[in-house]
Design a protein around this ligand. Structure first.
Ligand code: GLA
Length: 741
């Protein structure tokens, strides 16, 4: 009997025993994670949730992808990988982390130049360690002491795998890294893949796009120094035609808030590979002897049940693993923000008046936006001077904060600490503190320049002003903004070959400030904002409790923005304000109830000018906020079902959120523009307990006359609901509660 046969038999016996004890069922239901190495077949295997991921060491010593898909039986063995070496490339093997060298032509994960001009890098397996749900694999170049430590951590609940790499220079010379990915993800060869991704612009973020994966490469990226509105570091790839509820989908997101790139390529053998990490455009990170560079983390998962489940897995993962308060993030308080009401025209009296009105409708957090500091009257001056403007706030912030607290709310403040207006004391004192290229114009955007956060003295300044603000005032929340992209990204104070470190060091310092502030002020919560949704990614979400989704607060446009947002990010972090009508952005007029229902699908905020509201508006708002508080846990932490997408010019849209224990759910239905009074089609709920009985009651609007008040989950899902909606921009929402099992 050979050892392999024996091992297989033992594995089968173990699997059988597990089934007998009820601890394991079929692959789909499998729970928990395991990481193993099969020394006979030289195969690593990571199992988690409903997913198995496997790769091995091929006959050349490279790490080669083997399998990523539905969870396999514990007893299954994967055959030893064979290096592939035909077609027009010398090396076509789908490597886990290919260096550029040895004849690879596909997108490399790592490309380097040595001082002697050598640029060949061939990475072979050296060793590995397994610890709990994590695997570490060390690779080394075939002749030079460049080491790569790959890290894999499998999440037992979702099957989402976290991958990153650390590049270590153990040679005695400097090495220039020109391309550094966090991971390469391979899919089995095929011609029937398509991908979805999120593109957009300011005021129109998170628009879902799709494209067939053909031979060649699709590039998603940001070159702007920050995450960007233009593209979000997320992908989803379907095989065949997946739908919201069905089909194979591989998806992933990169945790990096600087310039990033994700490429999706189909090579000449029809192998598909996703590579993502630092954007290699204008990149160059010089590693001194003994130095190392750690990449961001690239998270990815798989499901057989469509795009809806892919999103829900991401949401669960983010809530449980990514957010600063994970695994049990506090619910986002209902906030009021003064920006759209006052713009820069803030002062103590005006803010107090708004605070009184906000508290009367049930707001829990009052946030003062731009305009409170330095000589800030408009966007021409003041950024960089983070002292309280004495004309606007003669008593400092203290008296406003006391007032806000006396009204039962906590206090939040807007800051944009990475920026400086040339018209500021800070810039007059330190004109060299900005990102710039010597002798070149400093291109301004919104009349501001970007401070070079990579410089230690700038980092200290930014940390100290914020720390002082937080120490001297009872501030519970910072809305941290960033209102421009980088230009002339130079760093003249360091040697020319060190200047491009900016792309990494800036972001690492940004993260470290957020982390240190949180450590020193443990009750502090943070919102990441960048002229709307320009800095939303899993990197900043380690430090920010929520994000500003878009400056476009039109409730109808928001349906589309929110729909796209939820493909990658949990509604639990998606800030959505109710603002004035007609909307400032597009002049569209909608009812207050419609605006509330649009915003109640995320984390609710109010951004309207309460001074212009009627008694009826206050009454509506009070009722809506109170209803929101009864559903916020389900909306923010439940399972989201995009029942009808607002995309593709559809005339209706609907979402549903279901509590994790399925005891309650809430459904939102929107009619965009009715013609000929055609009735609104039935909406079929998802994710309820089929056999349980649920009651239904409206938050707003009603079901058509003859609808039952209680029915089974099967009824609500199979028969559906008929919302009685009419005209333009009408909406309704319904709460379902389990009354018996
Ligand atoms: C950005 C933000 C807005 C507001 C303004 C203030 O545009 O996205 O919400 O804070 O800055 O200047």
């Amino acid at each position: 009997m050979n050892t392999r046969f024996l091992r297989n038999q033992i594995a089968k016996l173990l699997a059988f025993l597990l089934i007998l004890t009820g601890a394991a069922a079929c692959a789909q239901d499998a729970v928990g994670a395991s990481v193993s190495f099969d020394a006979t077949n030289k195969m690593f295997r990571l199992d988690g949730g409903s997913v198995t991921y496997a790769f091995g060491i091929n006959n050349r010593g490279e790490l080669q992808f083997a399998y990523w898909g539905e969870r396999l039986a514990a007893s299954d063995t994967l055959p030893e990988p064979r290096g592939i070496g035909f077609s027009d490339e010398i090396n076509d093997a789908p490597q886990e982390f290919p260096g550029w060298g040895g004849g690879t032509l596909d997108e490399p994960a790592l490309k380097a130049t040595f001082p002697d001009g050598n640029r060949d890098l061939v990475l072979h397996y050296v060793s590995h360690t397994i610890s709990g749900n994590s695997l570490g694999v060390t690779l080394r170049d075939i002749s030079r002491d460049i080491f790569v430590n790959l890290k894999y951590t499998m999440d037992p609940a979702t099957g989402i795998l976290a991958r990153s790499a650390t590049i270590e220079n153990k040679t005695n010379t400097k090495v220039l890294l020109e391309q550094v990915a966090a991971a390469s993800w391979n899919l089995a060869a095929g011609t029937d893949y398509s991908m979805r991704y999120l593109a957009g612009r300011w005021g129109g973020e998170f628009q879902l796009e799709s494209e067939k994966i053909e031979p060649g490469e699709i590039v998603l990226e940001s070159r702007r120094g920050s995450t960007g509105h233009q593209s979000s570091p997320w992908f989803a790839i379907e095989r065949g035609a997946a739908t919201e509820t069905d089909g194979k989908v591989w998806f992933g997101a990169l945790a990096w808030s600087g310039s990033w790139r994700i490429t999706v390529e189909q090579d000449p053998l029809r192998q598909v590979r996703i590579t993502g990490g630092f954007n290699p455009f204008d990149f160059g990170y010089q590693l001194a002897p003994g130095e190392s560079l750690e990449t961001p983390v690239f998270y990815a998962g798989f499901t057989t049940t469509g795009f809806g489940e892919a999103s829900r897995l991401m949401h669960r993962y983010e809530l449980a693993n990514i957010l600063p308060q994970a695994p049990k993030p506090r619910l986002r308080p209902v906030l009021y923000n003064s920006w759209e009401a006052t713009t820069f025209d803030v002062d103590e009296k005006g803010q107090e008046l708004l605070a009184e009105k906000a508290s009367s409708i049930g707001v829990e957090r009052f946030v003062m936006d731009d305009g409170w500091f330095g000589q800030r009257k408009n966007d021409h001056a003041g950024l960089g001077d983070w002292y309280v403007n004495p004309q606007k706030f003669p008593h400092g912030l203290g008296s406003l904060i006391d007032k806000v607290h006396s009204l039962g709310m906590d206090f939040g403040l807007w800051v944009e600490p990475e920026m400086v207006n040339p018209d500021s004391d800070l810039y007059r004192k330190h004109p060299d503190w900005v990102i710039n290229m010597t002798g070149r114009p400093r291109t301004e955007d919104r009349n501001q320049l970007v401070l070079n956060l990579a410089r230690p003295e700038v980092r200290s300044y930014v940390f100290e002003v914020l720390d002082r603000l937080l120490s001297e005032n009872k501030i519970s929340f910072l809305k941290w903004d960033l209102n421009r992209v980088w230009s002339e990204p130079g760093w003249p104070e360091v040697a020319p070959e060190e200047q491009k470190r900016l792309y990494v060091s800036y972001i690492r310092n940004y993260y470290s400030i957020l982390q240190e502030l949180r450590a020193k002020h443990p009750k502090l919560e943070i919102e990441s904002c960048a002229g709307g949704g320009g800095r939303v990614d899993l990197g900043v979400l380690h430090f920010a409790d929520e994000v500003w989704t878009s400056d476009n607060t039109d409730p109808f446009d928001r349906l589309l923005i929110q729909d796209g947002f939820t493909y990658a990010y949990t509604p639990g972090v998606m800030m959505a304000w109710v603002t004035d009508s007609p909307n400032w952005y597009n002049q569209r007029a909608t009812s207050l109830a419609y605006r509330f229902l649009s915003s109640m699908q995320g984390s609710l905020g109010i951004g309207a000018n309460l001074n212009n509201w009627t008694a009826e508006d206050f009454a509506t708002a009070k009722q809506m906020i109170s209803a929101y508080k009864s559903i916020e846990e389900v909306v923010q932490h439940g399972a989201l079902y995009r029942l009808v997408t607002p995309r593709d010019g559809s005339n209706i849209s609907a979402t549903e959120s279901v509590a994790p224990d399925k005891a309650s759910a809430v459904a939102f239905v929107f009619l965009h523009s009715q013609q000929m009074r055609y009735p609104v089609p039935s909406i079929f709920l998802l994710g309820l307990d089929r056999n349980a009985i649920y009651s239904v009651r409206p938050i707003f609007g009603h079901l058509s006359g003859d609808a039952p008040q209680t029915a089974s989950g099967a009824f609500w899902m199979g028969h559906g609901i008929d919302a009685d909606l009419k005209g333009d921009y009408d909406a309704a929402a319904f709460i379902f509660e389990r009354v018996s099992k």
